[in-house]
Design a protein around this ligand. Sequence first.
Ligand code: ZN
Length: 145
Amino acid sequence: MSLSAVNGALSNLKSCLADIATGMDIVTDVAIDVVESQGKHSEPASFSLETMILDCDIAVTQSQVNFTCPLTQVEMLKPVKNKKCNHYYDESAILDLIKTKRNLKKKCRCPVVGCENTDVKESDLVLDQILRRRIQNQKKKNSKN
Ligand SMILES: [Zn+2]
């Protein structure tokens, strides 16, 4: 990497950081997008300058995030994240599905289309307070419009 390339990357990063500084919500957007992009591609996490800039750009341009539960097709009230595949579901919907499958003596497949996780367990689910807050913020924003 030449010095000018480093300088160019740094100035990109600076403008990127300025965007992030516009609000904590965007910072959490970046964090969530990093997690989500790791879930989609099962590549090892790499945090080079380039990917940081890329993730930042994606976070800034994609302000509309999908808050819809893959099971209920409505906005999640209590989003839980699957630790194994990083997919989100509404807590009551996924717990119901796990219970139903258990009664049928079947494993609960992740309901997200294309997901390879065929065994969703209650113990893999973690309540995502950040996403919950973001959904609530989004609702507030929408109700103002
Ligand atoms: Zn999944």
